[in-house]
Design a protein around this ligand. Structure first.
Ligand SMILES: Cc1cc2nc3c(=O)[nH]c(=O)nc-3n(C[C@H](O)[C@H](O)[C@H](O)COP(=O)(O)OP(=O)(O)OC[C@H]3O[C@@H](n4cnc5c(N)ncnc54)[C@H](O)[C@@H]3O)c2cc1C
Length: 511
């Protein structure tokens, strides 16, 4: 059977759902969306406070990093969504755009059309914001952005304590400044998660020109010469070839998109040949430049356990601050989130109630890579984020612990806490704190950069997101970000997809 479409999109995640919905708005265009997972209507996906429990579910690829030298040779679990909505269906629902400077930096790296004034209209187009229409917010978009309905007393005490230590209040981190303390805005609609499947894909799925193929694993891109002509998939019972008359778009995320390119013979020739893969196109940057946010928790015993409301995202309160010796134009160098409920740490500590104040460098300098384990498409990729391999990143995490301690010592938070559990009061010297950072840090699963946008040898796609040196092939997901944004990466990924839809449809940029 010959199967074809005008545009074949691989991956129904944060970016892929947006693309499928926007591209199929043009009824003359046939769109196929290929997704390895299936729609997940489970309560765990829908109910906000359940997200940490999704790590072991079928909606997750169940990856893990390599042993990380910067983390004392520990491997970190690496959840990635495997369902309609992708990782937006398992994430913590925090809505952050990042710093306007992030995007001016992207532009200045040689990516015209990606500066703040270029991308702001797309951030506004994607959202239906509870604050109403303004010069910075939109209300007509598919993604519901709401205020938290049930923040815990601990999060509120954290905010008051941070104010008492001199931080400024901030009721909208996506407003005219990022610095300060407040509650995150969230992608929740009527008390339930608003993933890109809910916001974008579901309303588009009844269109006759959009076909979503679920439980279908893309194995490789089929080329005719230098033209991406089709995608080969395995649907659990048979191999199928889905032809693309116009373009193939990879939206499989920052881990699986470079994996697919490498399986298709696009990447570093020596690495491909070491797995017996024939080289289609020499593009050594594929899989390189992996960047992710590292977080270091400072843990405190709570006098009383506090249950999280079903609508709580758990990581409710946020703080953005400049580093003490900052010499840059960015609004913040460190991001914090509180964690009043600790399903993982609690289990490790005999159910003692505890809370965490987690700190993360906004723009880490450490870099890693994604590689193939073998030429078998069903094999897991090798994920090496290179956490804390740059000394500047370690120094920032230490500053984060010191700030977390200051806030925890201030009222009204101090009254809710017993002793510091980790790193523990004995850890005061720089050496002790470096050891603690390496022993206790984790990440927040924001991988970007593995198919970096740009024009040099370190780039994979150009500023129209076309893969260099090949025809009819684009990448549209978090992997194209040339530098990580200063905060969470879901909404920036949605913005990338909104802009990509205009590029694919030949529509002029929104203003
Ligand atoms: C636990 C967790 C919490 C997070 N919390 C937040 C948060 O609160 N706020 C925030 O902004 N960001 C958060 N993030 C990050 C954010 O969700 C991601 O940056 C974003 O979802 C990435 O989108 P993407 O489109 O690049 O990839 P994904 O959303 O991962 O989409 C990739 C899709 O491709 C599919 N796919 C992959 N390979 C194949 C294949 N071979 N064939 C077919 N389909 C395939 C996958 O199943 C998936 O559906 C979090 C991430 C995690 C893991």
């Amino acid at each position: 059977m010959h199967e074809e479409a005008d545009i074949v999109v691989v991956g129904a995640g944060s970016a892929g759902c947006v693309l499928a919905a926007r591209l199929s708005e043009d009824p003359s265009r046939q769109v196929v969306l290929i997704e390895a997972g299936v729609e997940a209507p489970s309560i765990r996906v829908r109910q906000p406070n359940q997200w940490p429990l999704l790590w072991d579910d079928a909606e997750n690829w169940g990856y893990a990093t390599t042993l990380q030298a910067g983390l004392g040779l520990r491997s970190i679990p690496y959840p990635r969504g495997k369902t309609l909505g992708g990782t937006s269906a398992i994430n913590a629902m925090i809505v952050m755009r990042g710093d306007p400077q992030d995007f001016d930096h992207w532009r200045d790296l040689g990516n015209p059309g990606w500066g703040w004034s270029d991308v702001l209209p797309y951030f506004m187009r994607l959202e239906d914001h509870f604050l109403g229409a303004s010069a910075l917010h939109g209300v007509d978009g598919p993604l519901t952005v709401s205020a938290q309905s049930s923040p815990s007393p601990i999060s509120q005490a954290f905010i008051q304590a941070a104010l008492a230590t001199g931080h400024r209040p901030n009721n909208d981190f996506n407003g005219d400044h990022m610095e300060g303390v407040g509650l995150y805005h969230v992608s929740i609609r009527n008390g339930e998660r608003c993933s890109t499947a809910v916001a974008y894909l579901r309303p588009a799925m009844q269109r006759s020109n959009l076909r979503v193929i679920q439980r279908a694993r893309a194995l490789r891109i089929h080329f005719e010469g230098d033209r991406a002509a089709a995608v080969d998939i395995w649907d659990g019972s048979q191999l199928r070839r889905i032809h693309a008359n116009q373009e193939v778009v990879l939206s499989a995320g920052a881990i699986d998109t470079p994996k697919l390119l490498m399986l298709s013979g696009v990447g570093d020739p020596a690495a491909l040949q070491s797995h017996g893969i024939a080289v289609r196109h020499d593009l050594p940057a594929v899989g390189m430049n992996l960047c992710d946010h590292t977080q270091t928790p400072t843990l405190f015993a709570l006098k009383q356990p506090m249950a999280a409301a079903p609508t709580s995202i758990l990581a409710e309160a946020g703080l953005f601050m400049k580093r003490t010796d900052a010499v840059n134009n960015f609004g913040a160098d460190l991001q914090f989130f509180t964690f009043p409920q600790l399903p993982l740490t609690v289990a490790a500590r005999g159910n003692a109630p505890a809370m965490a104040i987690c700190a993360q460098a906004c723009r880490p300098r450490s870099r890693g890579q994604v590689r193939l384990r073998s030429a078998d498409p069903l094999d897991m990729p090798v994920i090496d984020p290179g956490y804390l391999t740059h000394p500047d990143d370690v120094a920032l995490q230490i500053e984060g612990i010191r700030m977390a301690r200051q806030i925890a010592a201030a009222e009204p938070l101090a009254a809710l806490l017993h002793a510091e559990l980790s790193p523990g009061l004995h850890a005061t010297s720089d050496a002790a704190l470096v050891a603690a950072v390496r022993a206790t840090s984790g990440c927040v699963w924001h991988p970007v950069g593995t198919c970096r946008m740009g024009s040099g040898t370190d780039a994979v796609v150009d500023s129209a997101l076309r893969v260099h040196g090949l025809r009819n092939l684009r990448v549209v997901d978090a992997s194209v970000m040339p530098q990580i944004t200063s905060a969470n990466t879901n909404v920036p990924t949605i913005m990338v997809a909104e802009k990509a839809a205009d590029l694919l449809l030949g529509r002029s940029a929104v203003r």
